[in-house]
Each structure stands twice: as structure tokens, then as C-alpha cells.
Design a protein around this ligand. Sequence first.
Ligand code: IPM
Ligand code: MG
Length: 360
Amino acid sequence: MKQVLLLAGDGIGPEIMAQAKKVLALLRAHGLALNVLEGNIGGAGVDSEGVPYPESTRALVAQADAVLLACVGGKKWDNLPRDLRPEQGLLAIRADLGVFANLRPVKAISALSEQSSLKKELIEGLDLLIVRELTGDIYFGQPRGIEMQEGERIGFNTMRYSETEIRRIAKVAFEAARARNKSVCSIDKMNVLECSQLWREVVQAVSADYPDVRLTHMLVDNAAMQLIRQPKAFDVLLTGNLFGDILSDEASMLTGSIGLLPSASVREDGVGLYEPIHGSAPDIAGQNKANPLAMILSVGMMLRYSLEQPLLCEKIEQAVEAVINQGLRTADIAQKGQEIATTDEMGEAVCAQLQQLLAL
Ligand code: IPM
Ligand code: MG
């Protein structure tokens, strides 16, 4: 039986995870065989065991086929030393699992096209996928630190990619493009950085194995511009860790709310980590206001990529779309004057739709 580990984390994490649990309970009631465990991460890890990625959690992760994580971080832990900050828990679990491929789909939902900061015609029908490398780059490169040099402090980090790391993430992007519109745009900063020069050379070499996929290269500053100028020109965007972090937040705004976007982080054997791309939103935590849809859609991605249940993933996506089409809106996706649904109401509405779809 597949093992799934739930890590609710901090801020709005427990509230949105509660909705994911309702979805999982419903699927299990319909015969999905799953063993579900729970653990602590981030600030919750610091509070319970003194570190953001506790040993007890690491032990559970080692047995899991998939990990579903809500979000980490909050004021309470902001002044801790860097290695105890909640975000370190996130980086540690990604590295520990070795989930090097972060998939961030960005799909416009037509009923929400008014919510986007861009004109309707620019985003209607938008469907792109960001393939972000997740366990390398300046996030993990050595040396790093803050040191005294000639009487002042110097901060430094290392942007670093090996050919192996570039090759394996490029393959993921080309494979993904094959199942989509057969086009990969690789993002780099090769006019300035050696690391990017190697990135471009290796991606170009990998593309020889995918003659059916069109490859283009784009500098990251231009990509940031094109993403809001003509986002529909993109199919698969292939990026390193840092550029992907920035571009995926930018891209999330195209859909109207970051509260709608799930992500999958996977490795070759299918084990994966699934999280919404948004943060822990401490300003609205505990108020039953957060949008649980990115979390619920992350359950969908988990079913597709780690649990071999693509049909259930589709049903979850359909249920979410139906709820949005019914007009249910949490505050982040509501227009002025629209009635606001709570986190619980949204979760329950998705379950009600899903229940119907499962009965078909
Ligand atoms: C993300 C987040 C994380 C990242 C932070 C919280 C460490 O911004 O998942 O995009 O930078 O990867
Ligand atoms: Mg980010």
C-alpha cells in the first residue's frame, strides 16, 4: 500500500491541509488504498523538536511514496539563526528526497480571467508549465557565507550547476513538452554567467534526442518581460532554481491568484513532494480565509505523479473548476461586492463536487 506523509507546517498550513484531508478521506472511502501519516516541518518542527526538519519527520519521509506539504514560515521564527528558520526545513526536505524536478503548471481558469492583472485576451486559454530545477544552483552551491574582509562584512553565494544536473532536468522538460505542445524555452543569463553558458550548451545537446520538440533559449530578464507581454507564447519553460523561483511567482499572477497554483517536485523513481506554490500567509492564518484550492490541486498532482491515479487527478481538477464556475470565491479571488467563502466552505464544496464525479 502507498504511504503518504502529510506535513501541515505553519500559518494557514493546518487550515488548508484540513481541506486536503477531507479530499483524501473521500477518495479512501471510494476505495483508494493509502496509508496516511503526519509529521512536523518548518516552524512547527522548531516548536516541537527544536529544528525545522526534525529527525522524526526525516524517518517518516524515508518511508513515504509521496509527501504533501502545505507551507512554512511566520513572524514567530523570523529572528532565529538561518539554519533554524522554517524555510530551511523546506530546503532540507527537498534535498533529502532528492526531488530535483519542480513542475509548476500555470493554467488560466476562464471564470477568473477578470482577476488577472493582465488583459483578458492575453491570458484566456493560457496553459504553460514551468520546469524548475530544485536541488542545485545558488540555493545549495558552496562556498557561501558572510565573512569579515578588510574591515567589513562580505556576503557571498555560489551559482553552480554540473552537466549531470542540467542534463536530467532538461530531459524532464523535453519529456513534458512531448506530452504537451512540443516546445521548450530554456531560460538562462548566458550573456553574463559561466554557469548559464554551460546550462545553454548542455540543454542544446540534450535537445538532439528530442528532434520533435522545438527548443528556444531566452535570457531571464527578457523572459520576465515576455511572461507578461505574451504569456501564451510559452509552452514549457525550463529554468534553474533561482530564476524559476522568481519567474514562477510572476507567472502565478497571470491566473489571478497565487492561491490557485499547485506544484510537484519529483525524482526519477516517482517519489514526490507536493506543495502549493504560495507561502504561509501569516496575516490571515487561523481566520478560515485562506484559499485551499492550490493545496487541493496539489493532492491532484500527487495522485497523478506518485500514486499512479491520473484519472483521480482529473476528477479533482474538474471538481475545483466546477466550484469556481458555481461562483464560490475566497477573498483572494473575489471581485468587489462578491460574497466571500471560507476555507472550510471551499473545501466542502470541492468534496461535494468530487463525490458526484466519483459516483459517475
Ligand atoms: C518556493 C519558495 C521557496 C523557494 C522558499 C520558501 C525557500 O519561494 O517554493 O518557491 O525559494 O524555493
Ligand atoms: Mg518562491
